[in-house]
Design a protein around this ligand. Structure first.
Ligand code: CTP
Length: 431
C-alpha cells in the first residue's frame, strides 16, 4: 500500500511515551498519521508532541471541530487503527460500544483492521472484566496483542507490559499487507520454533557460523503468539530480528545445544518448526587456547565432523514414539539451485528425505532471504500440495505458513470460541 491513513489512538497509561516511536515509524514510511489521544493520555504526553510527530492536529472530544464530524471522517478513511497503550478502561469502553470521546466514537465508524496494544498491571490484565472485554473484542475480529511479560511501572514485573514499538509496527504492517493475517485461531497450541544460525566453536575466540539473521523464525514466533499460540523460541545467533512479545526465548550456540533443547522440548509441543540454519559440520575438536598461525601461509588444517540432522532426528523420534504421533513437524529448505536441479526440485527431494509434514522452501544466496526483510518461496506438504508464497515481508510469509500449520493441527480448537478459551484462563481468585 503506497500511502495509507493510519489512526493511532493513545490511552492514558505510562507507556504512552513509547507510542511516539510508532507514530514516527508510520510517518517516515510516508503514511498519513492521525493521533487520537484520550484526555487521560494527555496527562502523560502533550498534544504538541503528537501534533509535531504526526504533522496533524490532535483532538480528544467529539465536540471539538464539530463542523468537521471528525469521528466519522477519520474513522471512515482509516486503513489501520492502532491503539497503544490500550488501557483496561479503553478496552472496556470499546467492548461496550461506548462513544464518549473522539477515539471510542471513531472506533464505531471504522471498517479497517484494528489493533489494541494492552499495557497494564498484571492484576488488571487478568481480571475477569478485562478478560471478557478482550474476548469480546477478539470475537469481533479485532486484534488484541498479547502483552509481554517484564518490568511494569514501579517495582512490579509480570504480564501486561506493552510490546516494543518495533513489534507493534511489525503487527500493524502485517495487517496493512493482509487484513486477515491474525485470526485468534492458535489458542492452546504449543509451538516450539528454532531460529537463527548455529555457531560451532573453533577455539575460545573463533567459530564457524552462517549468515542467518533469524528474522523468518522470529516472524513465525511473533505471528504465532499473536494468534494465541504458546510459543517457545530456541534461538541461535541472529541479527536484529526484533523482540516478539509473549514468546519464551531460549538461547543456544551450537547445533548440538540446539539438538538437546529441541529433543527435550518437542514431546511437549503440538507443532515443531525448524527454521534455524544449522551448521552441517563442526570442528572435530575445540582448541582450549587461541589457535596460532605459527608462520604457515597454506590452507589451515581444520578437521570437521558431521553434526546431527536435528529435523530428521525429530521425525525419527515421532516414529519411535518419543514424540507424540499427532505432533506437526515443519522444516525449512534454504536452496540456491545448481546443475542437479532448481530450488523447487531440491525442495521436493528434501521433503521426501526429511519426512516432515510441511517444508517451507526458499531461495537463498545472491542477496535473497538471508538477512533481508522480505522473502518468497513455496510451501510443500507431505501429501503433495504445493503453494507459492508471494513476495513480501517475513511476517507476512509467517502468517501464510501459519495458515497451513493451523489447517494441519488436528485439534486447533475451532469449536471453542475465543471467549470460552479466555475465560478458562481466569485466575482462581476470580472464579
Ligand atoms: N536441519 C537440521 N539439522 C541439520 C541441518 C539442517 O535440523 N544438521 C534442518 C534445518 O533447520 C531445516 C532443514 O533441516 O529445517 C533443511 O536445512 P538445510 O540447511 O536446507 O538442509 P540440509 O539438511 O543441511 O541439506 P543440504 O545441506 O544437503 O541442502
Amino acid at each position: 500500500m503506497s500511502k495509507a491513513h493510519i489512526l493511532i489512538g493513545v490511552g492514558g497509561g505510562i507507556a504512552a511515551y513509547k507510542v511516539c516511536s510508532v507514530i514516527r515509524h508510520y510517518k517516515e514510511a510516508g503514511h498519513d498519521v492521525r493521533v487520537m489521544p484520550t484526555k487521560a493520555a494527555l496527562n502523560f504526553v502533550g498534544a504538541a508532541t503528537f501534533e509535531a510527530l504526526s504533522g496533524n492536529p490532535v483532538s480528544t472530544d467529539v465536540f471539538d471541530d464539530v463542523d468537521q464530524v471528525a469521528h466519522v471522517a477519520l474513522g471512515r478513511q482509516a486503513d489501520l487503527v492502532i491503539i497503544a497503550p490500550a488501557t483496561a478502561d479503553l478496552m472496556a469502553r470499546a467492548a461496550a460500544g461506548r462513544a464518549d470521546d473522539l477515539l471510542t466514537a471513531s472506533l464505531l465508524t471504522v471498517s479497517c483492521p484494528v489493533v489494541f496494544v494492552p499495557a497494564m498491571h498484571t492484576e488488571m490484565w487478568e481480571h475477569p472484566a478485562t478478560v471478557a472485554n478482550v474476548a469480546t473484542l477478539r470475537e469481533r475480529g479485532v486484534t488484541v496483542m498479547t502483552p509481554a511479560s517484564g518490568r511494569l511501572t514501579g517495582s512490579d514485573t509480570g504480564a501486561g507490559r506493552m510490546p516494543e514499538p518495533s513489534e507493534i509496527a511489525a503487527i500493524g504492517d502485517l495487517l496493512l499487507d493482509r487484513a486477515d493475517a491474525l485470526p485468534y485461531d492458535l489458542h492452546g497450541v504449543r509451538m516450539l520454533i528454532s531460529a537463527g544460525g548455529t555457531r560451532e566453536a573453533l577455539d575460545p575466540v573463533r567459530y564457524l557460523g552462517n549468515h542467518s539473521s533469524g528474522k523468518q523464525g522470529y516472524a513465525l514466533a511473533r505471528a504465532a503468539a499473536q494468534r494465541g499460540a504458546t510459543v517457545t523460541l530456541v534461538s541461535g545467533a541472529t541479527s536484529n530480528p526484533g523482540q516478539p512479545a509473549a514468546v519464551d526465548i531460549v538461547n543456544i550456540d551450537s547445533a548440538r545445544e540446539l539438538e538437546a533443547e529441541m529433543t527435550q522440548r518437542a514431546p511437549e509441543a503440538d507443532v515443531v518448526i525448524m527454521a534455524a540454519a544449522v551448521a552441517d559440520f563442526r570442528p572435530v575438536s575445540v582448541a582450549g587456547a587461541k589457535i596460532k598461525k605459527k608462520g604457515s601461509d597454506g590452507p589451515a588444517p581444520i578437521e570437521l565432523d558431521t553434526n546431527p540432522d536435528i529435523l530428521a532426528g525429530l521425525v525419527r523420534g515421532r516414529a519411535d514414539g518419543a514424540i507424540p504421533e499427532k505432533t506437526i513437524i515443519v522444516g525449512f529448505a534454504a536452496e540456491t539451485g545448481d546443475a542437479d536441479g532448481g530450488v523447487l526440485d531440491h525442495g521436493r527431494a528434501k521433503l521426501r528425505r526429511k519426512g516432515c509434514d510441511l517444508l517451507v522452501v526458499n531461495a537463498v544466496g545472491g542477496g535473497k532471504a538471508f538477512g533481508t526483510e522480505d522473502n518468497t518461496g513455496w510451501l510443500l506438504t507431505a501429501d503433495g500440495h504445493e503453494t507459492g508464497l508471494p513476495f513480501g515481508s517475513k511476517t507476512l510469509m509467517a502468517s501464510r505458513i501459519l495458515d497451513e500449520v493451523a489447517s494441519l493441527v488436528p485439534d486447533v480448537t475451532a469449536t471453542e470460541t475465543a471467549a470460552t478459551q479466555s475465560r478458562a484462563d481466569y485466575p482462581e481468585r476470580n472464579r
